[in-house]
Ligand binder design. Structure first.
Ligand code: BGC
Length: 716
């Protein structure tokens, strides 16, 4: 406990301690969650805000950063620190204290509606990015909130689903990235809506008290996902410190609607309300039922906690611990100091980060030489959404930028040749969860009409056709399939028939199927790129920037993923069985000897690299790479470990142990260092815990999980 916390703590009444454990309505109607001030003791309010792609405050704008999945595709952790710091600075710039980010669930299910908010199908990769983003956010005196702890790997029935998962998969796949985020200093952790092995995550004594606060020494506070508590006593005793949002769904929706009236008598003073009203009469839109927590059955600390302490059902020391954790993090992040770091929104530097991440995370999936485009190419830009900036998916991560460029604007500004534009199809509408919740959701007739011929005419008359395609993803629902929605595949196929110089740019939340890939010249995975969409994609298409991105998730036919079985996803009788154990993502495709369409770690550069040498000294791997092309490029060196065979133990054929990105001018050679730690060699044994089996381990130095260039062996 810091000095301030210790001194303040002695002064707090029981009801003031309780007040620190839950949200009330923000009198300014800006924060996503709001713990009121205790003015008597000069304890300021704690203002909590979404989210992972930028700060979301209803009716206000901020920098709309690329989706975290695009960031992870950069494989560049320096960029991740910059991104985190920018998020933190914007949070302070909006006078908020806690950012509900990073989202970091593992990409177990390729259709997950929130994959764009997360990092990776691999725990080392996810953990590295989570740690960099957390440290960046916290460097600005803002509390980061890794979420959603734990195993919130699908949106279908997310508030009800029981995840049946074994200890080994928890330890090897689902826990490590959260551990990395804690080690990086995260001050808060959000619990997931789902249950794990029968226990609701907000009440999960084993995962909250034993693992997180026990084994990992987490000294910060846990916070529920919004309306995610059902049993206040079980939550308090299980290890949940803060319950959010503490108000009714109706009140929350009113405050989300920037145009709306909002609640009339919100109270930001020292006497926080203990009667939050009820949600009777508030109906979720049908599309969202099952995907959202039921606010009507949510048990709030405001109404229950003091009585529970009074009756002894929750020990008084537990309430002390909850309040202490909140105050402790406020102190650690300088919230009692006059010289706490100041923030800023929409700075030149933030615009630049948004653009650099969007470009650098772009993955060149295939290229027969059509890219980079020549400056004077006549270009046909085709696609239903080609005049739209793809900011992100629907839900609590929605952002609203101050400046933005769409593909037509970005490419027109860069092109020296003629640019023609055809939509070919009606606009593919994204889903705005916020609109749905606030009732602004109407099933409009889509804008535009089917006119594929206009697209093919434009393509036939240009030097190059660039077709932009998008998917639709949102929180609270999973994607129906990995196919591009509406008739976008037909449009691509039709264009590819009239020109062999077709480039497809994918703006998607995760993997999609590419049935036309043999007929097109290039495919560029551009994710949800945020406000700099147009400028970033133009820079990559024209070769001003190398496509340095690599896949953080395997692309394969829908039926070949390990979750392509309803018992596993979306689950049967309310249970999702993680029967695949540790064989998620590339671990599965390797074990099944199944060739993915585009493997984990894959991505071409416009340059070419030779892997010259690899040496291992203790745990330090040195790899020398040379750029053998005549242009500057970025290589991402990846190290995968192949363990020795041990009788009776099924281990993945190779597992990512580390990676390093390096920019190289033509002819330049550089040695990058990747540190391998014990975790790179260990497996989790249900009885013995972390175990390094004796024997020979082979380190594959690789361009992707399927493209190993050099090998070094080591005995352990
Ligand atoms: C989401 C969280 C988000 C919270 C507050 C929930 O629906 O799952 O990620 O931070 O709402 O908006």
């Amino acid at each position: 406990m810091g000095d301030t916390t210790e001194n303040l703590f002695d002064e707090l009444t029981r009801s003031e301690k309780r007040q620190l454990t839950h949200g009330v309505t923000d009198p300014d109607q800006r924060a996503t969650g709001y713990i009121p001030p205790i003015e008597r003791l000069d304890i300021p309010a704690l203002k909590v805000v979404d989210g992972p792609l930028g700060v979301r405050i209803p009716g206000e704008s901020s920098t709309a950063f690329p989706a975290p999945l695009a960031l992870a595709a950069t494989f560049d952790t320096d960029l991740a620190s910059e991104y985190g710091e920018a998020l933190g600075r914007e949070t302070r710039g909006k006078d908020q204290d806690v950012l509900l980010a990073p989202g970091m669930n593992l990409l177990r299910v390729p259709q997950n509606g929130r994959n764009f908010e997360y990092f990776s199908e691999d725990p080392v990769h996810a953990g590295t990015f989570a740690a960099s983003v957390v440290a960046g956010i916290e460097s600005m005196d803002v509390i980061a909130t890794p979420k959603h702890y734990l195993a919130n790997n699908q949106e279908t029935q997310r508030a009800a689903i029981d995840v049946q998962v074994g200890e080994r998969a928890l330890r090897e796949l689902y826990l490590p990235a959260f551990h990395d985020a804690i080690e990086a200093g995260a001050g808060s952790v959000m619990t997931a809506y789902n249950t794990v092995n029968g226990t609701r995550m907000s009440d999960h004594r084993y995962l909250l008290r034993e693992v997180l606060k026990g084994e990992w020494d987490f000294a910060g506070f846990t916070v529920s996902d919004w309306f995610g508590t059902e049993d206040a006593a079980a939550a308090a005793n299980g290890g949940l410190d803060v319950e959010m949002p503490g108000i009714s769904r109706e009140e929350m929706v009113a405050s989300m609607d920037a145009e709306g009236e909002g609640p009339e008598d919100s109270d930001g003073g020292t006497e926080a309300p203990t009667d939050v009203g009820d949600d009777e009469g508030f109906e979720l839109p049908e599309e969202l039922q099952g995907g959202m927590a039921d606010a009507a059955t949510c048990e709030r600390y405001a109404e229950t906690l003091e009585a529970l302490v009074e009756s002894g059902e929750v020990p008084a020391e537990r309430l002390d611990d909850m309040a202490e954790r909140v105050l402790g993090e406020m102190e650690r992040h300088n919230m009692f100091d006059a010289d706490r770091k100041a923030g800023a929104v929409d700075t030149e530097a933030h615009r630049d980060i948004a653009e650099r991440v969007a470009a650098r995370g772009t993955v060149l999936l295939q290229n027969d030489g059509v890219l980079p485009l020549a400056d004077d190419d006549d270009v046909a830009l085709i696609g239903p959404n080609v005049e739209e900036t793809i900011l992100g998916g629907g839900g609590s991560s929605e952002t609203s930028p101050i400046v933005e460029t769409d593909p037509v604007e970005g490419i027109s500004a860069r092109a020296a040749g003629t640019v023609t534009v055809e939509h070919g199809l009606p606009r593919v509408e994204g889903i705005s969860l916020v609109d749905m919740l606030t009732g602004n959701f109407e099933d409009d007739e889509p804008e535009g009409e089917v006119n594929i011929e206009a697209g093919t005419d434009a393509a036939a008359n240009a030097d190059v056709a660039v077709v932009f395609a998008r998917d639709v993803a949102t929180e609270a629902m999973d994607r129906e399939s990995l196919a591009l929605p509406d008739r976008q595949n037909d449009l691509i196929e039709a264009v590819a028939e009239v020109t062999d110089r077709t480039v497809v740019v994918l703006n998607t939340s995760g993997p999609v199927e590419t049935p036309w890939r043999a007929d097109v010249a290039a495919i560029v995975q551009n994710w949800y790129p945020g406000q700099a969409h147009g400028d970033a994609i133009a820079a990559v298409l024209y070769g001003d920037r190398d496509p340095a991105g690599r896949l953080p998730v395997t692309f394969a036919p829908e039926g070949s993923y390990p979750t392509a079985d309803e018992r596993r996803f979306p689950g049967v009788d309310g249970k999702a069985h993680y029967d695949e154990g540790v064989f998620v993502g590339y671990r599965h495709f390797d074990a099944a000897d199944d060739e993915p369409t585009f493997p984990f770690g894959h991505g071409h550069s416009y340059a070419d690299f030779e892997y010259v040498d690899a040496t291992l000294d203790g745990d330090t791997l040195d790899v020398t790479v040379e750029n053998v092309a005549d242009r500057t490029g970025t290589e991402v060196v990846q190290a995968y470990v192949r363990p020795p065979a041990v009788d009776g133990i099924d281990r993945p054929k190779r597992e990512l142990a580390g990676f390093a990105a390096v920019d190289l001018a033509p002819g330049d050679r550089e040695t990058v260092t990747i540190d391998l730690d014990d975790r790179a060699f260990a497996r989790y044994d249900d009885e013995a815990g972390w175990t390094v089996d004796p024997g020979e381990y082979v380190i594959g130095v690789a361009r992707s999980s399927r493209d190993v260039r050099l090998e070094v062996a080591t005995d352990r």
